[in-house]
Design a protein around this ligand. Structure first.
Ligand code: IYT
Ligand code: CU
Ligand code: CU
Length: 325
């Protein structure tokens, strides 16, 4: 008896036969309060190691957004928990953060958007030595009427993940640019950040996502090389906050480049608005989704945050001297 067994290798092409669908859906939940955020966990040691596709299963009338996180530890030991970013009530569900530790965003869906397709041979590595021991799915329930009497319906929104054991030639990662600080009353304020890319490998940004609350007008991300600015992405955060294709296809980030982002915030209120986690606060976030060639590396740094206004502006940053107009 002889068994022919081909061990997967980096160059092996993925085929329909070695990818499988892993369903990650709410287990028939009934949130009773509007704007409830529910989370469910999945242990990554139980599933194949590379995510090569995302298929959202949600109804825009019920769920406003879904976010898929990688976590080192989940935010709760419950099968379902209330994981709102803001101080929201969750009704019958226990309250907890999304992740206990090691949170990173892998995927976002909002408002009937089509599935984001990853470029060829790109996969998110999870489990093993990646620090992603759990995936956590967060669903924001906007409309809860179907869950109340007389309908008493149950929801199973979520994502079907395309997964494979076969190592992919390109590894995906997400890098977050953002700021702290505050937006003074009755002002339009720029919240800015920048970091030098100092790795010995290149990264290829292919998608981006912006996140802000009510005051965000436009959020943009750039690569700066030799004083020349190239847009990675630019969007109003008032539009659905999903991942969109990057502005400049084929753009490469290499050692010595600057990554920068800016959020334009307009505050007509009678009070200053701080960066913070409630709906009365603001956030300035630009997420860059990228891949690297070779299948193993991702950026060791996962974010680039500045102190924001009034402490930090590009104008005040000596490293930006040769780059500002
Ligand atoms: C203060 C702030 O900007 N919070 C953002 C960014 C953030 C993301 C992750 C902060 C931490 C994280 O672990 I992942 I600490 C924020 O909360 N952004 C929201 C999500 O809740 C992640 C968003 O929708 O982008
Ligand atoms: Cu939402
Ligand atoms: Cu926020």
């Amino acid at each position: 008896l002889s068994l022919a067994f081909a061990a997967p290798s980096i160059n092996e092409h993925k085929t329909a036969s070695n990818t499988e669908d892993v369903t990650f859906l709410m287990p028939g939940v009934q949130p009773k309060i509007e704007d409830t955020y529910l989370c469910i966990p999945m242990k990554t040691s139980d599933i194949p190691r590379y995510i090569v596709g995302f298929q959202p299963h949600a109804n825009m009338e019920i769920s406003h957004h879904m976010l898929l996180y990688g976590c080192e530890t989940p935010g709760s030991d419950q099968p379902v928990w209330n994981c709102g970013e803001m101080a929201t009530k969750g009704g019958d569900y226990h309250k907890g953060p999304v992740c206990g530790s090691g949170a990173k965003i892998l995927y976002a869906w909002a408002m009937d958007a089509p599935a984001l397709s990853l470029p060829k041979d790109v996969g998110f590595k999870v489990g093993d030595d990646t620090g992603v021991n759990y995936l956590v799915l967060q669903v924001h329930y906007k409309n809860v009427k179907p869950f109340l009497p007389p309908r008493n319906e149950k929801d199973s929104s979520g994502i079907v993940l395309s997964m494979t054991n076969v190592p992919q030639a390109r590894r995906a990662g997400v890098y977050l640019l953002g700021t702290s600080g505050y937006i003074p009353s009755k002002t339009t304020t720029y919240m800015e950040t920048m970091c030098t890319f100092d790795n010995d490998f290149n990264v290829h940004p292919f998608a981006f996502r912006t996140h802000a609350h009510m005051l965000g007008q436009v959020t943009s991300g750039y690569r700066i090389r030799d004083g020349q600015w190239t847009e990675i992405g630019r969007k109003s955060p008032q539009l659905p906050q999903m991942f969109y294709n990057a502005t400049t296809p084929g753009l490469v980030i290499q050692k010595g480049d600057i990554l920068a982002a800016r959020c334009t915030m307009k505050n007509n209120l009678d009070r200053d608005v701080m960066i913070g986690s409630t709906q009365n606060d603001e956030m300035c976030n630009f997420y860059m989704m990228y891949y690297t060639e070779g299948g193993d590396k991702i950026m060791p740094e996962t974010y680039c945050f500045s102190a924001g206004p009034p402490q930090y502006y590009w104008q005040k940053d000596a490293r930006m001297e040769d780059s500002l107009p």
